[in-house]
Design a protein around this ligand. Sequence first.
Ligand code: B1M
Length: 212
Amino acid sequence: MGILEDISLLLQKGKAKKVKELVQQAIDEGIDAKVILDEGLLAGMNAVGDQFQAGEIFVPEVLVAARAMNVGTDLLKPLLQAGKSEVQGKVCIGSIKGDLHDIGKNLVRMMMEGKGLEVIDLGNDVAPERYVDTAVQEGCNIIACSALLTTTMGQMQNVVNLAKEAGIRDKVYIMVGGAPVTEAFCEQIGADKYTNDATAAAEAAVAYCKSL
Ligand code: B1M
């Protein structure tokens, strides 16, 4: 069994200390940080999701796996952020109202910061008003919303509507993402950009800011 599979399996068991050791070992062996993230940590987290859906594990097990994921991601952070560029731009990001999932949102923030963008992290369970108020007060170029639940993604429509009401719709680029979100949904709610992963989100944010 390879080291990436070991990382995935240990993450599924919530063994944060072991995950940390193996992620460090994988880094020392010269495995690319993105590969460790995708084929080790994220593969493990997806398996956790499948087991949870199948009723084989429950919320406490998912939580310890999430903790192990965060420990591993922290180690990869400096490597994933290498090669910071000098782009100017301010983003406010959060997991949408009703949604407590923040691992994906944290990855998006990390990748955006890694590209040199200034990111205001509003946390999770963020009301649409808060994104828009922050964008107005802080002069954000981008509002970035993450949703992991089909029951919360609809709140993103309220962000778009409120940005219109606040008169900032033409000044702010609204980005959406998260597992249940799609390109079609992005178009349907009148948001500006859907991306399916953190790297693509950061690249799209940079491309937008450079176009200003
Ligand atoms: Co929950 N959960 N969870 N959960 N959880 C899911 C999402 C679920 C799919 C599991 C399942 O049933 N298979 C399911 C949702 C079903 C649905 O709506 N379709 C689910 C459920 C039902 C629930 C609860 C309702 C369970 C309950 O209480 N009965 C509950 C809801 C709580 C709430 O939010 N109100 C709940 C709770 C939890 C925990 C708290 C235990 C924990 C979250 C811990 C935390 O985040 N701090 C948790 C977890 C960990 C998961 C799974 C297992 C993993 C999610 C994750 O972190 N993935 C998840 C199953 C799964 O996804 N396979 C599941 C790794 C992360 C990196 O991926 O966030 O998708 P993701 O981010 C990706 C992309 O989506 C993208 O970039 C990342 C990759 O680079 N991305 C963006 C994300 N945001 C973006 C924004 C962008 C662009 C890209 O632009 C702005």
